[in-house]
Design a protein around this ligand. Structure first.
Ligand code: PMP
Length: 353
């Protein structure tokens, strides 16, 4: 090995879901929203003046921060925005998880957490979910360097009630607790009001799912003004211009349209409940997902076989090879029509399998 190679920051990167480029496909593998962004986003994009791209974007992201703050009734000093919640979460790991003590998160969870921890040399300890894939709050009582979990959890979709979340925060007043609410708009209750009571709590959300903007890359954190200031200090020490001009302009339109947001998330929730009923009738078992995906296992046919069979039909779902969950498929909720095609295929396939 050449000498320089021993000094490379060697990492095992996160593997994002596949982005197949087929013309006709049903894409249920990366929890995207099947509906387009709000009409205001489309109008703003059509009216976007490319000449402004000569200029750097406004580094504090004020228009977008203000719009998010006003939507939630917060002060603008309580909101941080980043390039998707992945960027926001990475900044949070970098800013707050520096005690040298292990950060706690579930064993089955968003598979980016251990990647950031490894890359940033942050020690961590995973806590096993129980047999129903639920978080055991007592596991998070011990001394640690921070706590992070998604609610609803990914890839299970299982929601933790607010009293349990508060219990975890109350037992961890000396560290930062991060609740990753990427999927909270699909039926969960946000822990956001708790930021007024707990100055060590950060809530992270995204425009990628419930606001149909995965391609624009907008995420945000909400918490005590002091926490937000610390994240901004790190952000400005890393990259001052994270949010580009289109993201700022279109993000404002996306958050502004409450009616469209309510309409599309309601449709997704209804389709999810319909899909659950159909899957159950076909012999699938799953936890009661409150997200825009269902994490399901079939009583007879292995997940890998179903994954391949669906793929041949250009129906893409996600399969994880990790132990404990390798016989499950994570199925994002598409339009009603897409889910009907998906179910129709499964019905036929399972008849013969
Ligand atoms: N948190 C969780 C739990 C997720 O599943 C995802 C989606 N991959 C993210 C955060 C990141 O989403 P984004 O960067 O698109 O906001």
């Amino acid at each position: 090995m050449e000498n320089w190679e021993s000094y490379v920051r060697k990492v095992v990167p996160y593997v994002p879901g596949e982005q197949p480029q087929a013309e006709r496909m049903i894409k249920l593998n990366t929890n995207e929203n099947p509906y387009p962004p709000a009409p205001g986003v489309q109008r703003a994009l059509a009216g976007f003046n490319p000449d402004t791209l000569r200029l750097y974007p406004e580094p504090t992201c004020k228009v977008l921060v203000d719009a998010i703050a006003s939507y939630y009734g917060l002060g603008s000093d309580q909101v941080f925005v980043g390039v998707g919640s992945d960027d926001v979460l990475a900044m949070i790991f970098l800013t707050f998880f520096n005690s040298g003590k292990p950060v706690f998160f579930p064993d089955i969870t968003y598979s980016f957490y251990d990647v950031w921890a490894d890359m940033l040399r942050i020690p961590y300890e995973t806590k096993a979910l129980d047999d129903a894939f639920e978080i055991r709050v007592e596991d998070y009582y011990g001394e640690n360097g921070g706590v992070i979990f998604p609610n609803p959890n990914a890839p299970t979709g299982i929601l933790m009630p607010l009293d349990k979340i508060e219990d975890i925060i109350a037992h961890n007043r000396d560290v930062i607790v991060v609740v990753d609410e990427a999927y909270i708009d699909f039926g969960g209750v946000s822990a956001l009001p708790l930021i007024e009571k707990y100055d060590n709590l950060l809530i992270v959300q995204t425009f990628s799912k419930s606001r149909s903007m995965a391609g624009m890359r907008i995420g945000y954190a909400m918490g005590n003004a002091k926490l937000i200031r610390y994240i901004n200090d790190v952000k400005y020490s890393f990259n001052s211009y994270t949010m580009n001009r289109t993201a700022l302009a279109l993000g404002v339109e996306a958050i502004r349209d409450r009616a469209y947001f309510e309409e599309t998330r309601k449709k997704i929730i209804e389709t999810r409940e319909w899909t659950k009923k159909e899957l159950r009738a076909l012999g699938f078992t799953f936890g009661d997902s409150m997200s825009n995906f269902i994490f399901a296992s079939h009583e007879r046919v292995p997940a890998t076989e179903l994954f391949e069979a669906l793929r041949r039909e250009h129906i893409y779902v996600r399969h994880f090879t990790k132990e404990r969950i390798n016989n499950y498929l994570r199925i994002s909720i598409g339009t009603r029509e897409e889910m009907e095609t998906f179910i129709r295929f499964l019905k036929e396939y399972l008849k013969e399998a």
